[in-house]
Design a binder for this molecule. Structure first.
Ligand SMILES: Nc1nc2c(ncn2[C@@H]2O[C@H](COP(=O)(O)OP(=O)(O)OP(=O)(O)O)[C@@H](O)[C@H]2O)c(=O)[nH]1
Ligand SMILES: [Mg+2]
Length: 359
């Protein structure tokens, strides 16, 4: 069984790439499973993988680093139930130090299973270009530190979303990356268009990528400060109304607009919604400028379940107020009733992670 650990900054395209890769592998007759991971609960990614008929287990409530034992339990569960040929483990996008604290024990775990093991880090090529050019990214220095450290520790870096640059510009970013990191492997990808997917699948099947893992030391004080500047909000909402497509459009656009007006740096805001027949995922990430969170399917039914995961740089209570305000506006304008069935908003915990780092 092959095992591929996939990390990289919030919204860099990990889930999109894993789904695309899984579909290609499944078309070749292979069985694929996924472990998702997040510091929160009610995960959009888990719902999305399951909608794509990929067996999925969750390590929720903390990163793989502080929940390594749970990761192994989930892997064992997937192996027992699905006997997969390949498992992808997608790390939460704010985690660093995976090579040392997750990859190493995973290699021991994998040795008995005799498959390939790999570790890739994804990044949004637009953010990477700014970073390589020494421009300011749309986050605080400490949050940018998380982005940087992920790249520093990665043996293989996927420069994703290359469709958003011209071919020439994407090539320049790749060249600049190779000059700065001559010992790392890197490749261009557009996960949403499926380009570069075969190259990635070929690369992660080569075990030398794992063996190339880079020695480095995280400054946990800076990392903790970066984590503490982020807000997490996870919630599930039940909506009932005559025109839920309009209601969702008003809610998502209103929420995105508030984030823009309040100048809140967005890591990733994602929604998953379903009326039982239609399943939809929408996202807003850094650099997506016009505030349109999602282009929704027409004809959503009268009862809709919504999962919302927000990861942004502001105070958690402020993030909650923005969501609450957008829901109220939606309800006033459309008559759609909503119940916030479960809501959690918080800063990611750091002290537990620090301890678990010394496992
Ligand atoms: N244009 C473009 N968009 C992409 C590409 N890959 C992913 N996206 C979009 O980027 C957004 C985030 O994608 P995800 O796959 O959810 O990112 P992620 O890294 O799994 O996000 P987290 O799990 O929240 O950290 C979505 O809107 C995707 O459609 C790509 O290659 N090109
Ligand atoms: Mg994801």
């Amino acid at each position: 069984m092959d095992m591929h650990l996939v990390g990289g900054f919030l919204g860099s395209g990990k889930t999109t790439a894993i789904i695309c890769a899984a579909q290609q592998l499944m078309a070749q007759g292979k069985t694929v499973a996924v472990v998702t991971n997040d510091k929160g609960k009610h995960l959009v990614d888990t719902a999305f993988f399951r909608t794509a008929s990929i067996p999925t287990a969750e390590v929720a409530g903390g990163c793989f680093r502080c929940n390594y034992d749970q990761l192994e339990e989930r892997l064992q569960g997937l192996i027992a139930e699905n006997n997969p040929d390949v498992i992808f483990a997608e790390s939460v996008g704010s985690c660093v130090d995976l090579a040392e604290t997750v990859m190493k024990p995973l290699l021991d775990f994998q040795r008995s299973l005799q498959g390939d093991t790999s570790f890739s880090i994804f990044c949004d090529i637009r953010l990477l270009r700014m970073w390589l050019q020494g421009e300011d990214l749309p986050f605080s220095d400490e949050v940018v530190y998380i982005f940087e450290q992920q790249i520093e520790e990665a043996p293989l870096v996927v420069l994703n979303k290359c469709d958003l640059l011209s071919q020439e510009d994407a090539g320049k970013v790749e060249m600049a990356f190779r000059e700065r990191y001559p010992r790392k492997s890197c490749l261009l990808m557009s996960a949403s268009q499926g380009t570069g997917m075969e190259g990635w699948l070929g690369a992660i099947e080569k075990s030398e990528i794992t063996e190339n893992a880079v020695e480095f030391a995280v400054d946990y004080d800076v990392y903790d400060r970066g984590s503490q500047q982020l807000a997490w909000l996870d919630e599930s909402v039940r909506l009932t109304g005559e025109n839920n497509t309009l209601a969702m459009t008003i809610f998502l656009n209103g929420f995105a607009e508030t984030l823009r007006v309040e100048n809140v740096p967005v890591g990733h805001v994602k929604v998953y919604l379903t009326d039982g027949t239609i399943h939809y995922k929408g996202s807003l990430v850094a650099m997506d400028g016009d505030g349109l969170l999602a282009s929704l399917p027409d004809h959503l039914g009268q009862s809709v379940d919504l999962i919302l995961n927000g990861r942004v740089q502001c105070a958690p209570a402020k993030l909650n107020r923005m969501v609450a305000g957008a829901l109220d506006t939606m309800s006033r304008q459309t008559g759609t009733q909503y119940i916030r069935e479960e809501t959690a908003y918080f800063r990611p915990r750091v002290s537990a992670e620090r301890n678990s780092h010394n496992r």
